[in-house]
Design a binder for this molecule. Structure first.
Ligand SMILES: [Zn+2]
Length: 78
């Protein structure tokens, strides 16, 4: 298991997501951003908008996705 924070995934807080793969933490961040949007948290709105854009334009988002993949791969197991 590895840990990536909301901040490392482009968000504003230091909530930690744990997962076996980069997809796990990206999905956890997506859920977190959705929940924060629902809660009316303005600080997370820009990150939520970015995430929405990524799902709409997956080809353009590939750079970000690969960055996250690399960051995750470089993290120590915990
Ligand atoms: Zn957050």
């Amino acid at each position: 298991m590895k840990t990536m924070t909301c901040q490392q995934l482009g968000g504003p807080c230091d909530l930690a997501h744990r997962g076996e793969t980069h997809d796990d933490v990206i999905n956890a961040q997506d859920q977190h951003l959705k929940a924060m949007e629902k809660a009316g948290d303005a600080a997370h709105q820009p990150a939520r908008d970015e995430m929405k854009k990524r799902w709409r334009r997956p080809r353009k988002a590939l750079g970000w996705y690969n960055d996250m993949k690399q960051t995750f791969a470089a993290l120590p197991e915990n």
